[in-house]
Ligand binder design. Structure first.
Ligand SMILES: *Cc1c(COP(=O)(O)O)cnc(C)c1O
Length: 426
């Protein structure tokens, strides 16, 4: 639709108020919407006409914010969810059912790992974990006849592996399945995975998109590029009649919009993990400054990474902005303007020292969060990833001494001085 640049899309995307209308996206705080005749309402239920009828299925505030995120990612449609977890669950569950299989990168957020390895397994959906840096031949071995998608993170949380998106997209397409990319850490400011071949993009909007640690939320964006009908037998949910919707065939009725239409009409209808319009409004305030905040996060993180890399108390630093980093070249290709504000490091002296260091930080707070305006810090092995075995931790790229340091948008000198005093205290 709009050919405007991404900064303008952040501020003004999708919403074009007419004369006398609210300048800011309105919060439509209503569960329900009024109609004149019973027939009008019936047509909505039959998906014969577009219109709002119940906020679990669609809400004007949420649609505006989802539309903005779709625009930022270069997709054609999007759906907000209550959290990043529900976004990733719906994204996969929309095309996988019991007996199906998918391939996922080992470099994953801990919550996603649990969702895929434990909870979805209970639903009869299996995944095979692959090393994202492995060769095409190696990754290819993971595909099976019942494989339905490939899932990976642009920049993994917390291991900060930068995905070779083209490699993954080519592999997925060769096997007739879509690539789903969780773009939470890069944000569309630093990378638009759809441009590199990803078919579906997910977000925990809880992180940079909100950016102020105010609301938990998620989003699924569809590129509209995957041809479901060309792989008819693999995706019966999209290409065969939905009996719960009077025999609608989503791919035929909605064409490029089929995937998101099904996610809304079926999954959101039945599972109901909606984002509240209030939260969508707050998320939108974050989106309006995303293009200003993300570069500042990256600029600060780069300086902190360089400081740490030069400090002899530090055993190792992982940040793709450092030329010595294993993912520096990949990052240059996919995220030429910077990766994210999160970096990881370990202290000489291992896990114990890392924990003491964290306890001595004053400006950086220990919180179960990442990617917001305030600098914060976490020890994944003790916190977000504590359910994982040491072996699983290493597979996910999470060393036991790993400190995840989320660099905020404060003055970077203050952040570095805080690190310095905490290092001196151990
Ligand atoms: C936080 C996070 C999630 C989960 O999102 P919630 O909003 O906390 O449910 C998923 N993926 C990534 C990469 C994350 O950082």
């Amino acid at each position: 639709m709009s050919q405007r640049r991404i900064e303008t899309q952040c501020v003004q995307g999708v919403y074009n108020p007419k004369k006398g209308e609210s300048r800011v996206i309105p919060i439509v705080q209503s569960t329900t919407f009024k109609y004149e005749t019973s027939d009008q309402m019936g047509k909505l239920f039959d998906l014969e006409e577009n219109g709002y009828f119940y906020t679990r299925l669609a809400n004007p505030t949420n649609d505006l914010v989802a539309g903005k995120i779709a625009e930022l990612e270069g997709g054609i449609a999007a759906m907000l969810t209550s959290s990043g977890q529900s976004a990733n669950f719906y994204a996969v569950f929309n095309i996988c059912e019991a007996g199906d299989h998918f391939v996922c990168s080992s470099a994953l957020y801990g919550g996603t790992f649990n969702l895929f390895e434990v909870t979805m397994k209970k639903l009869g959906i299996e995944c095979t974990v692959v090393d994202p840096d492995a060769s095409v031949e190696e990754i290819e071995k993971a595909f099976r006849p019942n494989t339905k998608c490939v899932f990976a993170e642009t920049i993994s949380n917390p291991s900060l592996v930068v995905l070779d998106i083209e490699k993954f997209a080519n592999l997925a397409h060769k096997h007739g399945v879509p690539l789903i990319v969780d773009n939470t850490f890069a944000t569309p400011i630093n990378c638009q995975p759809i441009k590199w071949g990803a078919d579906i993009v997910t977000h925990s909007t809880t992180k940079y998109m909100d950016g102020h640690a105010a609301t938990v939320g998620g989003c699924i964006v569809d590129s509209g590029n995957f041809d479901w009908l060309a792989h008819k037998e693999k995706f019966p949910g999209l290409t065969e009649p939905d009996e719960s919707y009077h025999g609608i065939v989503y791919a035929e009725k909605f064409g490029k919009m089929a995937y998101i239409q099904k996610a809304v009409a079926q999954l959101m209808r039945d599972l109901g993990s909606i984002q509240s319009p209030q939260n969508a409004f707050i998320l939108n305030l974050g989106l309006e400054t995303l293009h200003l905040r993300v570069p500042r996060h990256c600029e600060n993180a780069q300086k902190v990474a360089e400081y740490l890399a030069a400090n002899d108390k530090i055993a190792w630093v992982k940040y793709a902005g450092l030329p010595q980093d294993a993912h520096y070249e990949t990052a240059k290709k996919y995220c030429p303007n910077g990766t994210c504000g999160v970096l990881c490091f370990g202290l000489k002296g291992g896990r114990e020292k890392s924990i003491t260091f964290m306890d001595n930080l004053k400006l950086a707070a220990i919180v179960t969060h990442v990617a917001d305006a305030r600098t914060c810090v976490l020890h994944p092995a003790s916190h977000t990833h504590r359910q994982m075995t040491d072996e699983q931790l290493m597979e996910a790229g999470v060393q036991p001494d790993l400190i995840r340091f989320s660099v905020g948008i404060e003055n970077v000198q203050d952040i570095i001085e805080d690190i310095e005093q905490a290092l001196n205290a151990i």
